[in-house]
Design a protein around this ligand. Structure first.
Ligand code: ACM
Length: 770
């Protein structure tokens, strides 16, 4: 395979053409009653696109001509995608004029990923210099054919010359914290390929699970692939016995995934994380750890201080694992992790300190650098390049090593300046375990919001990077960590639609990117994803409501949409809103009680199902967890309770450093009591050096108390002892009388005591009038 970096250049620059401003064409093709062809809404936007008069109608009579093995492979994949969308395939035919032609022709595009696509009234031609480019041309054609109503699709006449900006357009999936089936991973690969993404980074080893079969070390998967989840979720309610959570990929399954990805022009890059994130391996083989003690596979999230040791035997283990990986994964890169390896154990180990002296490592980071250097040599001898998280820059790094910048872009900038290749995947912009909206319908994750606009705005090449080093920025990658995403539906929710923005940054020339245009094209992508069974997040397309009590029997309501689509329609008579329902213009008053239903419309279509809001006296006097602010800025998480694995669970925002919630500027002027509905969650976190940031407020009674304050540093309003256990439903309801407060008050609510291994969280606060 060619170096990915050779794909970077966009060698041609044709006229810029607006992608979304065009009006639908009106002409019809022959006597077909096909829908008129609208301007194409392609994602990622192609490098160049020119529309012209006329159209071609694809219908049951259309044939697909593909000359040669490679073009026929692309044609079969193309038809496979149509079949997945439950649409008629386009029959392959040997020759003939008109119809659709897939051609591989030397010189068709200067880029191996580039293609040229022409739609004319007499047919469609997709041309590329090689199979990869032809595949991307076919992916564009598939978008041109979707959405389709009925069995005829009119495609507007156009000319596209296209090639990617970056050679690395990646997505990482963490299969260690939660496990996805091979079929689920294939679904993700399909969706990636159709967005023209080309690197699948597979995070296969971590503290909470070892997910790849290595025959020489059977315990890696016999022991390391299972953990007992924290709390009730780790107990089988039928037997009361531990209920392990397990999963690994056999070598045959890995080969299957790799082949499936390769057919879709995606390189699968495995990650074996060393020397940290090692607990599952150490649980299987305690001699790999620093202490030699046996450990369970971790069921805690965060940063675990158990590291691999630096014995020769352990290096043999590393080489055995990597030796299997280089055989299984034909791509160029192997990821060796290197992140978050807190060195306390190495510092405390006399043996490792002695080895450091013998090997000339001045400190523990230098010792990690020696480890990286040895692994780099091994991988190079097997024709592979080493890549690691940006921490590896802190040791002496072999010149050929590639750096994946996650702690911001600074590590990537520094690495590129030093001449290393770099992939940008900063947690600030491209970590998709961070939530995308403030909606109460978001699944668990990290409640700092990385919204679409921010993802789209991310620029992989830092402005400060000298021009002669810019070729070292290979591209960008979104990372999907799965501590808080236990189902594939949730994984997809967090990835989509944001992955479309990553795809556009990776593919589209910088000066062709335009957020308003992207948002205008995005609605057309939704029916494609629905047809392909991609369970994208609906929350960005839904209506959010804020209601404040107005006079005695009214509330002031404001409506918004996270992506800012302007056409919000609503009803107050219980009916489902349509494109002709009342348009929302500005905050308005409703009588209480009112049921309000609202949806966002584009071109007469609702972007998502309507949301229903019941605005009544009780709802105006209460706030759910999601509508409460955190009291400080610690480590915010959005967590589930530990109900049964398959059942419904509550979801709560909580700052695990300082679990405290506030209702800002609450009107307590006529309030005589406050009711707090609290839930209990497992507390299962390893915080390493951040452990001391975790605050427990002193308790005065055996099980701690609920405390209410007027302002987080202000006067105590009430204190109520907590019970030892929640009620049978998993919750407790606590009621506290308070003095009325004449002025609007930041009502702060927290619980005292060190309650580990569990933690109380506020589910809902309800104000009770005098
Ligand atoms: C990372 O997020 N620890 C790479």
């Amino acid at each position: 395979m060619k170096p990915l970096s050779s794909f970077r250049a966009i060698p041609f620059a044709l006229a810029l053409v607006a992608l979304v401003a065009c009006k639908p064409a009106t002409e019809q093709h022959g006597d077909h009653a096909a829908p008129t062809a609208a301007a194409p809404a392609l994602i990622p936007a192609p490098a160049t696109l020119q529309t012209s008069d006329g159209q071609f109608v694809v219908d049951a009579g259309t044939r697909l001509h593909a000359q040669g093995e490679a073009a026929q492979r692309v044609a079969r994949l193309f038809n496979g995608f149509l079949a997945k969308e439950k649409r008629p395939e386009i029959p392959l035919a040997d020759a003939g004029a008109g119809g659709i032609r897939f051609e591989i022709a030397a010189g068709a595009s200067p880029s191996s990923e580039g293609y040229v696509l022409d739609v004319k009234p007499d047919g469609i031609v997709v041309r590329a210099a090689d199979e990869r480019g032809l595949f991307y041309g076919a992916a564009t054609l598939l978008q041109l054919l979707t959405p389709a109503n009925g069995d005829k699709v009119a495609v507007r006449a156009l000319h596209i010359e296209d090639a990617p900006r970056f050679g690395w357009r990646g997505a990482m999936l963490d299969s260690a914290r939660h496990f996805q089936s091979v079929d689920e991973i294939k679904r993700l690969l399909d969706a990636m390929a159709l967005l023209k993404l080309n690197v699948f980074h597979w995070h296969l080893t971590d503290d909470q699970g070892w997910r790849i079969e290595i025959p020489k070390y059977p315990k890696l998967t016999e022991i390391g692939a299972c953990r007992i989840p924290a709390g009730d979720a780790g107990i089988d309610p039928a037997t009361g016995k531990p209920a392990p959570y397990c999963g690994f990929y056999t070598q045959a399954q890995v080969r299957d995934v790799v082949a499936y990805a390769a057919a879709r022009h995606i390189e699968v890059m495995p990650e074996f994380d060393v020397p940290g994130h090692a607990v599952a391996a150490i649980a299987a083989y305690p001699q790999l750890g620093v202490t030699g003690k046996s450990l369970p596979v971790s069921n805690e999230w965060g940063v675990n201080s158990n590291l691999f040791n630096t014995e020769e035997e352990t290096y043999r283990f590393f080489e055995d694992v990597l030796g299997e990986m280089v055989k299984l994964f034909p791509g160029r890169y192997v990821h060796i992790g290197g992140d978050e390896a807190v060195k306390d154990q190495w510092i405390a180990s006399q043996r490792i300190q002695q080895q450091m002296k013998e090997q000339g490592a001045k400190d523990e980071m230098a010792m990690q650098g020696l480890m990286v250097a040895r692994l780099e040599k091994f991988l190079a001898a097997h024709g592979k390049r080493l890549i690691g998280w940006d921490e590896i820059l802190e040791g002496k790094l072999p010149e050929s090593a590639t750096v994946m910048s996650w702690r911001g872009t600074e590590g990537g900038l520094e690495a590129a300046k030093q001449g290393h290749d770099v992939v940008m995947s900063p947690s600030s912009d491209l970590y998709f375990d961070y939530l995308q909206t403030r909606s109460a319908n978001e699944p668990p994750g990290r409640p700092s919001i990385i919204e679409m606009k921010q993802v789209y705005a991310f620029e992989p090449v830092p402005a400060e990077l000298p021009a002669d080093k810019q070729q070292h920025i290979l591209g960008l990658q979104a990372n999907m960590w799965t501590e808080h995403s236990r189902t594939f539906a949730r994984v997809q929710h967090n990835l989509f639609p944001r992955l479309a923005a990553v795809a556009e940054t990776g593919w589209t020339p910088k000066d062709r990117k335009d957020y308003a245009s992207f948002l205008a094209r995005l609605p057309a992508q939704l029916p494609r994803w629905r047809a392909q069974d991609v369970e994208y997040a609906r929350t960005p397309f839904e209506v959010e409501l804020q209601a404040e009590a107005g006079g005695s029997a009214t509330a002031k309501v404001s409506l918004s949409n996270p992506l800012g689509y302007p056409d919000i329609r609503y009803t107050t008579d219980g009916s489902a809103p349509t494109a002709t329902s009342t348009a929302y213009a500005k905050p308005f008053d409703v009588v209480v009680p009112t049921q309000l239903r609202a949806a966002v419309f584009v071109d007469g279509q609702a972007l998502a199902d309507a949301n229903t809001f019941d605005i009544d006296a009780a709802s105006l006097l209460s706030r759910g967890n999601n509508a409460l602010a955190s009291c400080g800025k610690g480590l915010g998480l959005r967590l589930e309770d530990d109900g049964p694995f398959k059942g419904e669970r509550g979801i709560y925002n909580v700052d695990i450093f300082n679990p405290c919630w506030q209702w800002k500027q609450a009107d307590l002027s006529a309030i005589g009591a406050i009711e707090v509905h609290a839930a209990r969650l497992p507390y299962n976190f390893q915080l390493a050096h951040d452990e001391t940031s975790r605050k427990f407020q002193p308790a005065r009674t055996a099980h701690g108390e609920l405390v209410l304050r007027a302002g987080c540093e202000g006067a105590e309003l009430a204190r109520v002892p907590m019970p030892a256990q929640p009620d049978a439903d998993g919750f407790v309801t606590l009621k506290a009388a308070i003095q009325t407060q004449p002025k609007p008050t930041d009502l702060c609510v927290y619980f005292t005591g060190d309650t580990r291994p569990t933690m109380w969280v506020v589910d809902r606060i309800a104000l009770q009038p005098n």
